[in-house]
Design a protein around this ligand. Structure first.
Ligand code: CA
Length: 136
């Protein structure tokens, strides 16, 4: 069995921040319509299926969020397979490495991508930037 080390105080603080400003939800039956307005949503599987991650600010490492259905790392790092930018004026850059480094793809406000494999980007997103405006 895999042991997961946590630092309770740090974890609680991180979780508090994520619930307030990021929001992580794991619905039983995910769907694109479950993505709340004002957020970028990522799903574990293609076609907006599986567990969903909702976020709005920039994040340096999606690996801080555990996700048991992401079999590669058991976190959201290298896991997302579909995306929905449900914002009206925020463009997101999605990086393949932590700390917003490495290669990236962009998703404009209102855009969806049902299969990140079409970008050759399946299970590789590890960090993101949120940039005001429709282009980034
Ligand atoms: Ca995936």
């Amino acid at each position: 069995m895999k042991k997961i080390r946590t630092v309770p105080g740090t974890f609680a603080t991180a979780l508090g921040i994520s619930v307030a400003s990021v929001g992580v939800a794991v619905p039983a039956n995910a769907a694109i319509g479950d993505c709340a307005s004002g957020y970028l949503c990522a799903w574990v599987d293609t076609n907006y299926n599986g567990a969903r991650l909702q976020l709005s600010p920039s994040n340096n490492n999606w690996g801080i969020w555990g996700q048991s259905t992401c079999l590669k790392r058991l976190t959201w790092s290298d896991c997302a397979s579909s995306l929905y930018n449900r914002t009206s004026a925020t463009c997101f850059r999605l990086y393949d490495a932590a700390d917003r480094t490495g290669g990236y793809h962009r998703i404009s406000p209102g855009d969806t991508i049902a299969n990140l494999g079409t970008w050759s980007y399946n299970d590789v997103i590890t960090s993101n930037s949120a940039i005001a405006g429709s282009t980034c």
